[in-house]
Design a binder for this molecule. Structure first.
Ligand SMILES: NC(=O)c1ccc[n+]([C@@H]2O[C@H](COP(=O)([O-])OP(=O)(O)OC[C@H]3O[C@@H](n4cnc5c(N)ncnc54)[C@H](OP(=O)(O)O)[C@@H]3O)[C@@H](O)[C@H]2O)c1
Length: 345
């Protein structure tokens, strides 16, 4: 372990962070310190069995825990969980985590973000989605400090929706009595940059391995950029079953999909009806711009040639991913937070 570079991974037990922890560990070049609220969870214990992975108990929204976590590490990979923190706290702790990392002399800081939709859609408030924009603002701030006069290199890793969400949550189709599968949602006909979680580890290993190229870079990734009509058509091609995208008005969809009436955007950890800060979005307020932004094609801007160069054996398409996963349109668990919630109920 003495010669390995130590990387703090925040969000490492999650769907996006787990492949990063695995790739760093498997490389044999890095040791991982994983920050988690619960070192006894199954997710945490499984990762701790990997070579050179240690767990550190702590919370993303504790400056004391962040100080302890960043002490003595070479690098950091940070994915805050907007769905537990909420937009305002994600913004605050996103900035504080970065500042605390600088204080501790971290050499390479990688911030996992989502598109800054509000900025990319021309500052039109219709696109202000809390969990996208909190991360987007922090990413902009970090890169704005530049690389030249600092002792810390910074990189940003930008994902869109996970391709794996076709298994979990809003992207799962409904099986009909005639055997067909229907995606009934408000998606327009734009292309959405979906990222397969299986490829996330390789991209981030490349970022840490190649700082001369990755410092200052916002690496925007996707496996494929597809519309919902294309998702349904690919499903039919791969499974032989009929797949249909049925576009419905946003209001009709929201009424059906809302976890419960009046749910907050971080509904998995917030009791209904508790007093909230004015900045705190409801689930509807958060996912109305979310559907608009992604499905109107604003984010289908990924540089696939760059991604091919960085990860030559990446999953090449939605079709290849569906085949590799034996995708059948039925739900499987992807997000840790949703699994945790189900286990509590
Ligand atoms: N779903 C998507 O398609 C998608 C796409 C791009 C980006 N994202 C973003 O990814 C983030 C969520 O990560 P995920 O997708 O990996 O979800 P996940 O599978 O539900 O995992 C959540 C992670 O956040 C950690 N976490 C939550 N609150 C924490 C706290 N207070 N202190 C320390 N750790 C905390 C959890 O760690 P412990 O439970 O072990 O403490 C876990 O590692 C969100 O901000 C979301 O916006 C999601």
């Amino acid at each position: 372990m003495a010669n390995l570079k130590l990387i703090l991974v925040i969000g490492g037990t999650g769907a996006q962070g787990s492949p990063v922890v695995k790739a760093l560990s498997e490389s044999g070049r890095y040791a991982v310190r994983l920050l988690t609220r619960n070192t006894a969870s199954d997710h945490a214990k499984k990762l701790a069995e990997l070579p050179n992975v240690t767990l550190q108990r702590g919370s993303q929204d504790s400056q004391k825990d962040l100080h302890a976590a960043f002490t003595g590490v070479y690098g950091a990979w940070v994915n805050l969980d907007g769905f537990t923190l909420g937009e305002k706290n994600e913004l605050f702790y996103g900035v504080r985590a970065y500042e605390i990392a600088r204080h501790h002399g971290v050499k390479h800081y990688v911030f996992a973000k989502i598109d800054y939709g509000l900025r990319q859609a021309g500052w039109d408030e219709q696109y202000h989605c809390g969990h996208n924009d909190a991360k987007g603002r922090v990413g902009d701030l970090i890169l704005s400090h530049g690389q030249s006069h600092s002792g810390m290199m910074t990189s940003v890793f930008t994902t869109g929706p996970y391709m794996d969400m076709l298994f979990d949550g809003m992207f799962v189709p409904e099986e009909q009595s005639d055997g067909s599968f229907v995606w009934e949602n408000p998606a327009a006909d734009g292309k959405i940059p979906l990222i397969a979680l299986d490829d996330v580890g390789v991209y981030n290993l490349w970022i840490f391995d190649n700082p001369s190229e990755s410092a200052g870079l916002d690496l925007e990734v996707a496996t494929d950029q597809v519309s919902f009509a294309e998702i349904a058509a690919t499903f039919t091609k791969v499974t032989g079953k009929k797949g249909v995208h049925k576009r419905v008005p946003l209001e009709d969809y929201l009424a059906k999909a809302e976890p419960y009436p009046g749910a907050y955007s971080n509904w998995t950890v917030t009791e209904p009806g508790v007093p909230r800060d004015e900045s705190f979005m409801t689930w509807r307020e958060n996912f109305t711009p979310w559907w608009r932004y992604w499905s109107e094609g604003h984010a289908a801007t990924r540089d696939m040639a760059l991604l091919d160069r960085i990860h030559g054996s990446r999953i090449p398409s939605l079709e290849a991913w569906m085949k590799a996963k034996n995708y059948d349109g039925r739900s499987r668990s992807v997000l840790k937070s949703i699994q945790d919630l189900k286990e509590k109920m």
